[in-house]
Design a binder for this molecule. Sequence first.
Ligand SMILES: NC(=O)c1ccc[n+]([C@@H]2O[C@H](COP(=O)([O-])OP(=O)(O)OC[C@H]3O[C@@H](n4cnc5c(N)ncnc54)[C@H](O)[C@@H]3O)[C@@H](O)[C@H]2O)c1
Length: 333
Amino acid sequence: MAEPIRVLVTGAAGQIAYSLLYSIAKGDVFGKDQPIILVLLDITPMLPVLDGVVMELQDCALPLLRDVIPTDKVEVGFKDLDAAILVGSMPRKEGMERKDLLKANVAIFKTQGEALEKYAQKTVKVLVVGNPANTNCLIASKSAPSIPKENFSCLTRLDHNRARSQVAMRVGVSSDNVKNVIIWGNHSSTQYPDVHHAIVNHHGKELAAFDAVNDESWLKGDFISTVQQRGAAVIKARKLSSAMSAAKAICDHMRDIWFGTPDGEWVSMGVYSSGNSYGVPDDLMYSFPVKIKNKTWKVVDGLSINDFSRAKMDATSAELVEERDTAVTFLGA
Ligand SMILES: NC(=O)c1ccc[n+]([C@@H]2O[C@H](COP(=O)([O-])OP(=O)(O)OC[C@H]3O[C@@H](n4cnc5c(N)ncnc54)[C@H](O)[C@@H]3O)[C@@H](O)[C@H]2O)c1
């Protein structure tokens, strides 16, 4: 058996973590023969809740789970990490301005980036989930200059899965028959879910998504807004934000980093934009189509972009530029 790897989940007393930890601990993400030490970080008032989560993980009697370490201290939480899944962040409270929310999160992700720099392995793979995920991820990465920027990514896989599933339901096939959807940009309502290059396997025949769906106005209208607004729709219905589907997407994302993407398929993730071939401004964490091999992602180049897509890709990058520029002013504070 391999040596155990050390995996951190922050926000570990929260609702996404409650769905996520079991899947990680039973081998769904890092493999069925990879022992794991789970490190659970949350803020001090949540430590009693974390104790309950630890008890439940112990009670699952999972053979791969070698140790569970609950903590409220970054020097314990970030020590020697192989993987870090940063879920915890400051939620928007009533009456809170966007700018104040950003400021609070910059403080959290600066501290956690500095802790990665100081305590984690330099090979650590960092996935940021806590919102605003793209900008939080950028701040964490800027605060950990000795860890390669390529080791950081943020979650847009939930949006990707939503897009895949919407197309599959519309065509009447299972979601595994839809591949190569793309989420461009920010994990926010400006994101651009794009199916111009997606393929649907319809009863054994591979069709372009536009042909399989055969309803251009839906694909350019309600489809896009449904995916963009899905998080808000779940909150409205459940009175809580997406957790089960977010946890599933986190597992998909991290498993693909660890084991690679299947041949001929790409996935969407927020990655460092510098040097991209799509005219997206440098120095953002922007969601692109990526293929992954040997734990290294590469943006899929050469996809044709029409005027409709261009405008939407530019709108979401403009939002990210503004978010970054505001966030960076808080970095020195
Ligand atoms: N990127 C995505 O696709 C996506 C999808 C769903 C949710 N989210 C985001 O994920 C985050 C978590 O969602 P949730 O439903 O689990 O929220 P939650 O409120 O149930 O849990 C968040 C936990 O984070 C903890 N926390 C806050 N500050 C922390 C810090 N500095 N260090 C460690 N822990 C800290 C809180 O105490 C809480 O236990 C939110 O920001 C949410 O918006 C992102």
